[in-house]
Design a protein around this ligand. Structure first.
Ligand code: NOJ
Length: 543
């Protein structure tokens, strides 16, 4: 017995040892960044004539839908604290700052008839400040804060949104394109459409499964393509930038890898979650994935919708117009789900019709021993990041992949060693993919600072910087993870042995944290999740 156990223990010990002392280097031209979004950090919800967005509307009128009943009216107050934000990006040695523009700060009613000079000035100053420190701005044109007035017309479900979004995009390209060289049209269309229209998860909270999310997706894809064509025709050659889109999915791991059914369910889930938007833009043939077209057409027929599929059809001309409209593949990913088929007859689990029923795959994280985080949906399985990047590479072979978001939540605190482990592990997985031939050209950590995490309010924290939401100037303090990321970004290297202790500034802040109530008034439990050893073990076993 002992004869068997000893070598295993020695193997684990040596793996841990080599994992802990290992340093790994990224390519010299690798692009490091950090991200945020307008509604999550800016506050100033009605400052200087800003119009109402769907998140202002939702949080003001239905506070009970938000975990801590709070809103982003002030949030981290980046509307006033933007100079400090830029300093933080600098402190992190991040070469890129990914942030988004608030449509209603620029066009209060959503239309071009009313443009706010204050709004333009705000972003113009932010961009100039970034450039002053040699930081490249990467701008997302739409990160979920639709003007409420346009939502009243149906938002993304109304095709009228296409020319209106194009007008808004044209203005920002004209205003900022001389200085901004990386543009993203839309952040996470899957969340915009399925979570906003199919479910009651994101604003506008339609909770109407199986129909409007596909209309939304159709218009989002067309609007995206129109903006990219406009950029290419009017701006790109003289401004010399790049434009793309950011999509999201978890890695969909077959529950039982030896089961053909589970492997098919995993593939279907990836095609529905990611292929829905990626296939029309990045595949050779364009259009929605075949499996989506066929399943939704057949199910629509069975459900009595006749010959009109709930998934709208593109004309041949539209397919060509959308195909190829991205200079890079932006991907946000945080976690992995186990997937299996929704039963032989696809019955039981989901409302009919619905996106999940159409997909015919069930996701779970039950029974896994992956470390948890501050968010119920986010468990730590770095191999999933590697698998996802390999899948994207095999499926579309894009020349430039940017990981536009990746990170982990906790419930607060400055000694966030769990986050340090997460970044080391996930970055290691990204590097594995690069070494196996995937063209990952950059990585943006999510997020620069603690901010408004949508429906869960301020209860879940993703920041590298802690924000004191009870102080008038929303004091920002680097967490341990900020020091580690700064080291990685500066040296291009993951160094497992670098586990800094809190510095003086952080110790002062920590002392304050323990005497004051740091959770905004009504928010829930605190306590960082710690799983450092498990993290290292995981890495050792996975590599
Ligand atoms: C993706 C979204 O783009 C971002 O706004 C959000 O905070 C993170 N995921 C974490 O949930």
């Amino acid at each position: 017995m002992f004869k068997f156990i000893l070598p295993v223990l020695l193997l684990i010990a040596s793996c841990l040892d080599s994992a802990a002392s290992q340093t790994r280097r990224f390519p010299d031209d690798f692009r490091w960044g950090v991200g945020s979004s307008s509604y999550q950090i800016e506050g100033g919800w009605n400052a200087d004539g800003k119009g109402e967005s769907i998140w202002d509307f939702l949080t003001h009128n239905y506070p009970e839908k938000i975990a801590d009943k709070l809103n982003g009216d002030i949030s981290a107050d980046s509307y006033h604290q933007w100079k400090r934000d830029v300093q933080m990006v600098k402190e992190l040695h991040a070469g890129t700052y990914r942030f988004s523009l608030s449509w209603t700060r620029i066009m209060p009613g959503g239309y071009k008839n009313n443009v706010s000079t204050a709004g333009i000035e705000y972003y113009s100053n932010l961009i100039d400040e970034l450039l002053r420190y040699n930081i490249t701005p990467m701008v997302t044109i739409y990160h979920w804060d639709m003007p409420q007035r346009l939502q009243e017309l149906g938002g993304w479900t109304n095709p009228e949104i296409i020319p209106v979004f194009k007008d808004y995009a044209r203005l920002v390209l004209e205003m900022f394109g001389d200085r901004v060289k990386t543009w993203t049209t839309i952040n996470e269309p899957l969340h915009v459409c399925e979570c906003g229209y199919g479910l009651d998860y994101m604003a506008p909270s339609y909770n109407y499964p199986g129909i409007p999310s596909y209309l939304c997706g159709h218009n989002v894809l067309k609007a995206h393509a129109e903006v990219v064509h406009m950029y290419r025709e009017l701006f790109q050659s003289q401004q010399g930038g790049r434009i793309g889109i950011t999509m999201d999915t978890s890695w969909m791991e077959p529950k039982d890898v030896t089961s053909t059914e589970d492997r098919e369910a995993s593939e279907r889930a990836l095609q529905f979650y990611l292929g829905w938007f990626a296939h029309p833009i990045f595949s050779k043939e364009g259009n929605y994935p075949k499996v989506m077209i066929e399943r939704i057409r057949n199910l629509s027929k069975e459900q009595g919708f006749g010959d009109r599929s709930r998934l709208p059809e593109f004309t041949a001309e539209e397919i060509q117009r959308i195909r190829g409209t991205a200079d890079f593949f932006g991907i946000n990913s945080y976690t992995t789900k186990l997937v299996y088929s929704n039963g032989h007859n696809n019955t039981g689990k989901f409302p009919v019709p619905s996106f999940n029923h159409d997909m015919g795959a069930v996701e779970t994280q039950k029974g896994v021993d992956w470390p948890s985080s501050g968010s119920s949906w986010l468990k730590v399985y770095p191999r999933g990041m590697y698998n996802l990047l390999m899948w994207i590479h095999r499926e579309y072979n894009p020349p430039r992949i940017l990981v536009t978001e990746n990170g982990v939540s906790d419930r607060g605190g400055l000694e966030d060693y769990a986050r340090v482990d997460y970044y080391n592990l996930y970055l290691s997985a990204v590097l594995d993919a690069i070494e196996d031939g995937v063209n990952v050209k950059g990585y943006m950590a999510w997020s620069l600072m603690d901010s408004y995490e949508w429906k869960v309010g301020f209860s879940e924290k993703f920041g590298l910087y802690h924000v004191d939401f009870n102080s008038p100037n929303r004091t920002r303090t680097p967490k341990v993870s900020a020091l580690v990321m700064a080291q990685i970004y500066k040296t291009n290297t993951i160094d497992w042995s670098y586990r800094p202790k809190l510095n003086e500034e952080q110790l002062v802040a920590l002392a304050q944290l323990s005497t004051e109530n740091q959770q905004p008034k009504t928010s829930g439990a605190s306590g960082a999740v710690s799983w450092s050893l498990t993290g290292l073990l995981l890495l050792a076993l996975l590599r």
